[in-house]
Design a protein around this ligand. Structure first.
Ligand SMILES: Cc1ncc(C[n+]2csc(CCOP(=O)(O)OP(=O)(O)O)c2C)c(N)n1
Ligand SMILES: [Mg+2]
Length: 895
C-alpha cells in the first residue's frame, strides 16, 4: 500500500493495524485456525525473546465466541416461538402484579424472568429433554426468583390452571392452595426438582449433581445416557463464594454433562454487579482459568453487521472500554443517547452508524435476547466434549418493562405496574387484551387448537414431555438389618471403644449387606483417617472417574489410598460444602436418578450445621434422605483442639430443620438401633428424613443393652432409663439425664450421690432431645386444638409418670438443649452444658471448665434437693468444698 508522506503517526498506526488484520484474515481463510494459532504463538515467543513482556490475560475480546459464520441454522419457527414467549412474559408478569394487587407486599420478581425469557425458551423449545420410560431427562436448575417464568410456561402447557396462577405466593389459600414463591420440592413435590433460591448453592449443587451422575454410571448403578445438567444462574449470585468454589472440580472431572448459563443482565438487587468493570470478562477469566469451555453471547445479530462493517477496530475497542455501569445507561437511554455517548466517542463509529436511525440504535439487541445466538451457544455446549461449558449471556434486566423499570436500578423491586405501563407492555408484546380489561391484569392463554399451543405441545412431545417434573421413584426395601445390628447389643466387654469406632464398624458391615451394600454412598471430606475410616478405602474404594494413575506411596500397606473407577467412597477433599452437595445428590437420587442411594456423610461435627447449615436446610427442601454423622463431636469430648473445633451446638442447631432427626448416642447399641430405625423409616417406609448422629472419639467399654422393656423404643423416641438407683426405701431422689459421652459422668455422679449422700439416683440416657421436644410440642398443640378431648400425654410424660424427685440434665451441648424440656418434667430441672468458647486441654480439665463433670452433676442434684427441702442447705456447701470446686473459677459463659 502506497503511503502518503503527510500521514500522522496515528494514521500510520491505523494503516499498520489494518494490514496486520488483513494478513490474519488471509491466513485464516487459506490455511485455517490452527495456522493462525501457530503464527500468534510465534509472534508471542518472538516478542518475549526481545524482552517485550506480554501481560497475562485469560480473556478473549468482548465479542461473541461464536462468529456469525459458524452459527447453525435455527431449527424452529422463530415467529411462533416469539409469540409464545411474549405470552409467557405477559403471564409471568401478571402473576406477580396480581398477587401484589390482592396482597400488597407479597412480593415477587418481574425483571429477572424478563431478562431470562429467551435463554429459557430456547431451552424449552429445543434442548431440555423430559423424562420418559427410557431416558431420565435433563436436569435443569432454574434461577429461583425467575420462577414465574416456569409457572407461566406450565400454564400454557396445560399443567397449571388459571386458578393455580392466581395462587402464586398464596400457598395458604383455603382449599385451593397456591404456588410456592421459589422452586421448593418440599412444597411442590411433584413439580420442582431442585431448590435454587439460596444464592450460591445452585452452582455448587449442579456441579456435584453432574459428578454424581457420572459416579452412578461408574459404579454400575445406572447406564450412561447422555443426560445433561443445566444450571441457569444470575450474574450477581456468582459473587457467593460457593458459586465459584467448585468450578475447578467440574473441569478436573471433565464434566461435559454440565452446562452453566449465566444470565448477565449486569445487575443484581441494589445496582450493577460490576459498575466499574465487566462481569462477563471477569467470569470468563475465572472459568477459562479453571478449564471450562466458555461461550460468550454478548451481542445480538444487528451488531454483527456493524462489526463486519468496521474496519477501524474502534467498535471492539469501544465495546471493551465501556464499563457495565455505563452499559446500563445505554439500555435506559434512547437511541440518540446511544449515538452520542456510545458511538460518539470516536468519529469512525459515528460514521459507521450514519445510516441508522435513532430508533434502530435504541433497539440494538443484547446477545441473550437473540434466539439465533442463544441457540448457537446451546448447540455448541451440548456438543462440546471433555469439559463443562459456561455460557455468559448478556441480557437486559426488566426487558420489555420500558419506563416501568427496564435496566433501571429499581427494577428488581418492581412488583406493580400502573395501567399505562401494563398497556405499553401489552402493546410491545402484542398480547390480545383490550384496554377495558387491562387493569385486572388478566392471564392469557390462546385456544387449545391455536398454532401457539399446538407448537408448544409438539416441541415438548418431541423432547420427551414437560419439565420440571419431580418423580419420586422410591420403593420399599426389605431392610433386613436386624441381624447386622444385633452384635452391638452385647456390648464390648472390657474393651474400650468410641462411638465413632462402632459407627465405622457398622458402616463397613452395611457396605457388605446384600441389599444396602451397593447403594451406600460413604462421603467424607478429608477426615477419613481421623475417624478411623481408612479401612473402608480398601473395602469400598475411593471413587475416581479415571481410576488411579499413580502408585500410591502406601501401596504396600493394608490401608492404602485406593482410588478406583467403581469406588464407593466420595472423598471430597476439604470441602464440607461440596460433600454436602454430594449428600444432596445421593440423598435425592430416588427422585432425580431413579435409584435409591443411601448416603452416609461423615464430617467434623463443628463444620457441619454451623458451617454448611444452609445446605442442610436445602437437603431437607430437596426431601433428601440419608445419614449425617458429626464425628469428633462434643465440646468437652474432643480434647486438645480448642475453640474452633469443639462442637457444643450442633445438636441445638439441628433443632431447626423439621425433617432432621438428631441423636446424641452414648453407646454402640444405641447407635445401632438408631441407624436401623433410620434405614427402616427412610428405605422401608419411604419417609423423608435426615438422621443426624453425633459420634465421639472418647473410648470406654460399651455396655450391653439393658434388658428391660421399652429400651429400644426409648432409644428411638429419645430417652430411656439406663440405670435404676440401687438404694431402696424412701429417700431423696434425683434423676440424672445424660447424653453422649457425658452419660458416663452422670453414671459417676450417681455413684457419688448414692455412696456419699445416700441420695437415690436414676440415670437416664437421653439419645435425642429433639425427638422428645418434637413429640411434646406436638401433643401440646393437639391438646390446644382439641380442648374437649382427653389430653394427650407426651412420651416424656408417660415415661416419667411415676417418677418424683429432682432432675439434672448434662450434655456436651448448650444448656438450651435440655432446657427445652423443662416444662414437661415432673420435677425441677438444673441444666448443665457447654455454653462458651472451647479450649485446648484434656477432657478432665474441659469438663471442669464447662462444669459438666460428675461433681457438677452431683452438686446440681444436691442443690435442687436442698431447694426442695429434701436435704439441708449446708450439705450443698460442704459438697462444694469436698468436690474441690472453686466458685471463683473461670466462667465458661464469659471467659
Ligand atoms: C444467599 C442469598 N442472599 C440473598 C438473597 C436475596 N436475593 C434474591 S435475588 C437477589 C439478586 C440476584 O441477582 P442476580 O443473581 O444478578 O440475578 P438477577 O435477578 O439479576 O437475574 C438477591 C440478593 C438470596 N436469595 N440468597
Ligand atoms: Mg443479575
Amino acid at each position: 500500500m502506497a503511503r502518503n508522506s503527510q500521514e500522522t503517526p496515528a494514521e500510520l498506526q491505523q494503516i499498520e493495524n489494518a494490514e496486520w488484520r488483513e494478513s490474519l484474515d488471509y491466513v485464516l481463510q487459506t490455511q485455517g485456525p490452527e495456522r493462525v494459532r501457530q503464527i500468534l504463538r510465534l509472534l508471542q515467543v518472538r516478542a518475549q525473546e526481545q524482552g517485550v513482556s506480554i501481560p497475562f490475560t485469560a480473556n478473549t475480546p468482548y465479542l461473541n465466541s461464536i462468529p456469525r459464520s459458524r452459527q447453525p441454522v435455527y431449527p424452529g419457527d422463530r415467529e411462533l416461538e416469539r409469540r409464545i414467549k411474549s405470552i409467557i412474559r405477559w403471564n409471568a408478569m401478571a402473576m406477580v402484579v396480581r398477587a401484589n394487587q390482592l396482597s400488597p407486599g407479597i412480593g415477587g420478581h418481574i425483571s429477572t424472568f424478563a431478562s431470562a425469557a429467551t435463554l429459557w425458551e430456547v431451552g424449552f423449545n429445543h434442548f431440555w429433554r423430559g423424562r420418559t420410560e427410557e431416558f431420565l431427562g435433563d436436569m435443569v436448575f432454574f434461577q429461583g426468583h425467575a420462577s414465574p417464568g416456569v409457572y407461566a410456561r406450565a400454564f400454557l402447557e396445560g399443567r397449571l390452571s388459571e386458578e393455580d396462577l392466581k395462587g402464586f405466593r398464596r400457598e395458604l389459600r383455603p382449599e385451593k392452595g397456591g404456588l410456592s414463591s421459589y422452586p421448593h420440592p418440599y412444597l411442590m413435590p411433584d413439580f420442582w426438582e431442585f431448590p435454587t433460591v439460596s444464592m450460591g448453592l445452585t452452582s455448587l449443587c449442579a456441579i456435584y449433581q453432574a459428578r454424581f451422575n457420572h459416579y452412578l454410571v461408574d459404579r454400575g448403578l445406572r447406564k450412561s445416557s447422555g443426560r445433561k445438567v443445566w444450571a441457569m444462574l444470575g450474574d450477581g449470585e456468582m459473587d457467593e463464594p460457593e458459586s465459584l468454589g467448585a468450578i475447578t472440580l467440574a473441569a478436573r472431572e471433565q464434566l461435559d454433562n454440565l452446562i452453566f448459563v449465566i444470565n448477565c443482565n449486569l445487575q443484581r438487587l441494589d445496582g450493577p454487579v460490576r459498575g466499574n468493570g465487566k462481569i462477563i470478562q471477569e467470569l470468563e477469566a475465572a472459568f477459562r482459568g479453571a478449564g471450562w469451555n466458555v461461550i460468550k453471547v454478548i451481542w445480538g445479530d444487528d451488531w454483527d453487521r456493524l462489526l463486519e462493517a468496521d474496519s477501524s477496530g474502534k467498535l471492539v475497542q469501544r465495546m471493551e472500554e465501556v464499563v457495565d455501569g455505563e452499559m446500563q445507561r445505554f439500555i435506559v437511554g434512547n437511541g440518540a443517547y446511544v449515538r452520542e455517548h456510545f458511538f460518539g466517542k470516536y468519529p469512525e463509529l459515528l460514521e459507521l452508524v450514519e445510516g441508522y436511525s435513532d430508533e434502530q440504535l435504541g433497539q440494538l439487541t443484547r446477545g441473550g435476547h437473540d434466539p439465533d445466538k442463544v441457540y448457537a451457544a446451546y448447540r455448541a455446549a451440548v456438543e462440546h466434549k471433555g469439559s463443562p461449558t459456561v455460557i455468559l449471556a448478556q441480557t437486559v434486566k426488566g426487558y420489555g418493562l420500558g419506563e416501568a423499570g427496564e435496566g433501571k436500578n429499581i427494577t428488581h423491586a418492581q412488583k406493580k405496574l400502573n395501567e399505562e405501563e401494563l398497556k405499553a407492555f401489552r402493546t410491545r408484546f402484542n398480547i390480545p387484551i383490550g384496554d377495558t380489561e387491562i387493569a385486572e391484569t388478566p392471564f392469557y392463554r390462546p385456544a387449545e387448537d391455536s398454532p401457539e399451543i399446538a407448537y408448544l405441545r409438539e416441541r415438548r412431545r418431541a423432547l420427551g414431555g414437560t419439565l420440571p417434573k419431580r418423580h419420586n421413584a422410591s420403593y420399599p426395601m426389605a431392610c433386613q438389618t436386624e441381624e447386622i445390628i444385633r452384635e452391638y447389643f452385647e456390648g464390648s466387654g472390657e474393651r474400650p471403644l468410641a462411638t465413632t469406632m462402632a459407627y465405622v464398624h457398622l458402616l463397613a458391615k452395611l457396605l457388605r449387606d446384600a441389599e444396602f451394600g451397593k447403594l451406600i454412598v460413604p462421603i467424607v471430606p478429608d477426615e477419613a483417617r481421623t475417624f478411623g475410616m481408612e479401612s473402608l478405602f480398601r473395602q469400598a474404594g475411593i471413587y475416581s472417574h479415571v481410576g488411579q494413575l499413580y502408585e500410591p506411596v502406601d501401596k504396600g500397606s493394608l490401608l492404602f489410598y485406593n482410588e478406583k473407577k467403581e469406588g464407593a467412597i466420595l472423598e471430597e477433599g476439604i470441602s464440607e460444602a461440596g460433600a454436602l452437595a454430594s449428600f444432596i445428590a445421593a440423598g435425592s437420587a430416588h427422585a432425580n436418578n431413579g435409584v435409591q442411594t443411601v448416603p452416609f456423610f461423615t464430617f467434623y461435627s463443628m463444620f457441619g450445621f454451623q458451617r454448611v447449615g444452609d445446605l442442610i436446610w436445602q437437603a431437607c427442601d430437596c426431601r433428601a434422605r440419608g445419614f449425617l454423622v458429626g464425628a469428633t463431636a462434643g465440646r468437652t469430648t474432643l480434647a486438645g483442639e480448642g475453640l474452633q473445633h469443639q462442637d457444643g451446638q450442633s445438636q441445638v442447631l439441628a433443632m431447626a430443620p423439621t425433617r432432621v432427626k438428631a441423636y446424641d448416642p452414648a453407646f454402640a447399641y444405641e447407635l445401632a438401633v438408631i441407624v436401623h430405625d433410620g434405614l427402616t423409616r427412610m428405605y422401608c417406609h419411604q419417609e423423608d428424613w435426615i438422621y443426624y448422629l453425633t459420634v465421639m472419639n472418647e473410648t470406654y467399654p460399651m455396655p450391653p443393652m439393658p434388658k428391660g422393656a421399652g429400651v429400644r423404643e426409648g432409644i428411638v423416641r429419645g430417652m430411656y432409663r439406663f440405670a435404676r438407683s440401687s438404694l431402696k426405701g424412701k429417700r431423696p431422689r434425683a434423676h440424672l439425664l445424660g447424653s453422649g459421652a457425658i452419660l458416663n459422668e452422670a453414671l459417676k455422679a450417681r455413684q457419688i450421690l448414692e455412696s456419699q449422700f445416700k441420695v437415690a439416683a436414676d440415670v437416664w440416657s437421653v439419645t435425642s432431645y429433639k425427638e422428645l421436644y418434637s413429640d411434646a410440642i406436638e401433643c401440646e398443640r393437639w391438646n390446644l386444638l382439641h380442648p374437649g378431648k382427653k389430653a394427650k400425654v407426651p412420651y416424656l410424660g408417660q415415661l416419667l409418670a411415676k417418677e418424683s424427685g429432682v432432675f439434672v440434665a448434662a450434655s456436651d451441648y448448650l444448656k438450651l438443649l435440655p432446657a427445652s424440656l423443662a416444662k414437661w418434667l415432673p420435677g425441677p430441672l438444673h441444666c448443665l452444658g457447654t455454653d462458651g468458647f472451647g479450649r485446648s486441654d484434656s477432657r478432665e480439665r474441659l469438663r471442669d471448665f464447662f462444669e459438666v463433670d460428675a461433681r457438677y452433676i452431683a452438686l446440681a442434684a444436691l442443690r435442687q434437693l436442698a431447694l426442695a427441702g429434701e436435704i439441708p442447705a449446708e450439705t450443698v456447701e460442704k459438697a462444694l468444698v469436698d468436690f474441690a470446686i472453686n466458685p471463683d473459677k473461670l466462667n465458661p459463659h464469659k471467659d
